[in-house]
Design a protein around this ligand. Structure first.
Ligand code: URA
Length: 239
């Protein structure tokens, strides 16, 4: 037996918190009976649970790690009909991306049908570290990057401290490759951080997400997460 809000979240319908609201609003039924008590328990195997009249499917949770190529949308659908990350993983289950990467950013993104897991990882209070490799225009000095390490004021507030490292520089072309690790996930955050210090990002790739990396994968490849990876990510987020 599990709490109803947990079962609803696991089915990928919505977050646990929003599922509680659905229950309070009387939109959830168990074996034909309306249940408005948050915290009531049910068994997905033996009980018939429905939300707005639609029965919950017992879906096996799946977790994919995708190496998103640039030029692909990371939301679940695109009104302009462009290719999305969903088109790049198996279509057996209705999965959605955990967080976002810009259209023109490549790299590691997790997709799942486990709404609870996704919400856990995306919540701003959980500090999953993300490492990006940014090719920037210009040759930043340590003192420039230190501004990012200390946190820099953007239009939506000061960023949390980052970790930066110059990987290589090309003096002739006037470009540098910088590794940067952050644990926030604001919109276009890395690009805006480098803009703020005067070194615009020319190319961006997310190389690591928590304990996960892109080892062995090429752009467009995916693999399933291993059970221990799912478990560890959950533990990191909950810590
Ligand atoms: N920061 C960005 O600027 N873009 C991304 O896609 C991810 C982080």
């Amino acid at each position: 037996m599990e709490r109803l809000q947990k079962l609803i979240a696991q089915a990928g319908i919505t977050s646990r918190r929003k599922a509680e609201k659905l229950i309070e609003e009387g939109r959830v039924y168990v074996n034909g009976n309306q249940v408005k008590e948050v915290g009531a328990k049910a068994d997905l195997q033996t009980d018939e649970i429905s939300v707005d009249g639609v029965p919950l499917q017992k879906e096996e949770p799946v977790y994919y790690l995708l190496y998103k190529p640039s030029g692909v949308i990371s939301s679940a659908g695109d009104d302009k009909g462009r290719k999305t990350v969903i088109d790049l993983v198996p279509g057996e289950f209705r999965v959605f991306p955990v967080g976002r990467l810009d259209f023109d950013t490549s790299g590691l993104i997790v997709l799942t049908n486990d709404g609870e897991f996704a919400n856990l990882l995306m919540h701003p209070k959980y500090r999953i570290h993300k490492t990006y490799i940014a090719k920037v225009k210009g040759l930043p000095l340590r003192e420039d990057l230190k501004k990012l390490d200390r946190g820099i004021v953007l239009e939506d507030g000061k960023t949390a401290p980052a970790k930066t490292k110059v990987i290589k520089t090309d003096k002739r072309k006037g470009t540098a490759v910088v590794e940067i690790t952050i644990h926030e996930g604001r919109n276009r955050q890395v690009r805006r951080m480098f803009d703020a210090i005067g070194f615009p990002v020319m190319k961006l790739k997310r190389e690591r997400y928590g304990i996960l990396d892109l080892k062995g994968l090429n752009a467009g490849d995916w693999r399933e997460l291993k059970p221990h990876e799912v478990k560890t990510l959950r533990e990191i987020a909950e810590k």
